[in-house]
Design a protein around this ligand. Structure first.
Ligand code: DX5
Ligand code: ZN
Length: 220
């Protein structure tokens, strides 16, 4: 159960104190920064774009795990690489030529991720699993922080883990949405490798301690 990763979601940070919140993550046991980019078309919300990512990139000292909730992601792959993304995740539901998109992301030196919405069956990933560094499994409908975790996710994680093992794929499973101390343990037991947490971390009185708490839950 070692090497499970925690990725606080910057979407829940205080944007008026962004540098402070980034330093908090730098000084915590968090492993990655999870960065949500929303276009108001693929999802019914707009988060932030390139200038804000650039500001985050300037201060962050851990991998930037960028989750694109946008249509036509291909046109921005190079730009996200230049802005310092360490992994770039596109939505299965937004890509017509997903295999090509994954290769393009890797060609820019980033880890290539696929995010799937709660309604998307994990079996659809089998033919690209060996080309995928990360599957971001949405455990809420994407678009907003602070939503309730969808319980069916555990089952999907186990099924995806089977596909990964059967194909000897290097793919990490990331869970995104409604993660807390209530479900972290069961998620890693089902096969999750990376837990994203927004509201649970940033609404806590002591976010650093809350990140440590999650890290502790998934490491033992
Ligand atoms: C939702 C985003 C998530 C979100 C998670 O569309 O992709 O990354 O920030 O936030 P919580 O942990 O609050 O559900
Ligand atoms: Zn996300």
């Amino acid at each position: 159960m070692n090497n499970k990763l925690i990725a606080p979601s910057v979407l829940s940070a205080d944007f008026g104190n962004l540098q402070r919140d980034i330093e908090m993550i730098n000084n915590s046991e968090a492993d990655w920064f999870h960065i949500d980019i929303m276009d108001g078309v693929f999802v019914p919300n707009i988060s932030f774009g390139m200038p804000v990512l650039q500001a985050i990139s300037r201060h962050a000292n851990k991998l930037l795990d960028v989750h694109l909730m946008i249509i036509n992601p291909d046109q921005y792959i190079k730009t996200f690489a230049q802005l310092g993304a360490g992994s770039l995740t596109v939505h299965y539901e937004a890509c017509t030529h997903l295999h090509r998109t994954l290769q393009a992301i890797k060609a820019e030196g980033m880890k290539a991720g696929i995010a799937i919405n709660p309604h998307t069956n994990v079996n659809l990933l089998e033919d690209v699993i060996n080309d995928t560094d990360l599957v971001c499994m949405m455990s809420v409908n994407p678009g907003f922080g602070g939503q309730s975790f969808i319980e069916r996710t555990y089952d999907k994680v186990s099924k995806l883990k089977e596909i990964i093992v059967r194909n000897s794929a290097p793919t990490l499973i990331e869970i995104d949405g409604g993660v807390s101390d209530k479900n972290a343990r069961q998620l890693v037991e089902a096969g999750a490798d990376v837990l994203v947490a927004g509201n649970f971390v940033f609404s806590a009185k002591d976010p650093i301690a809350t990140i440590a708490q999650l890290k502790n839950i998934v490491s033992h």
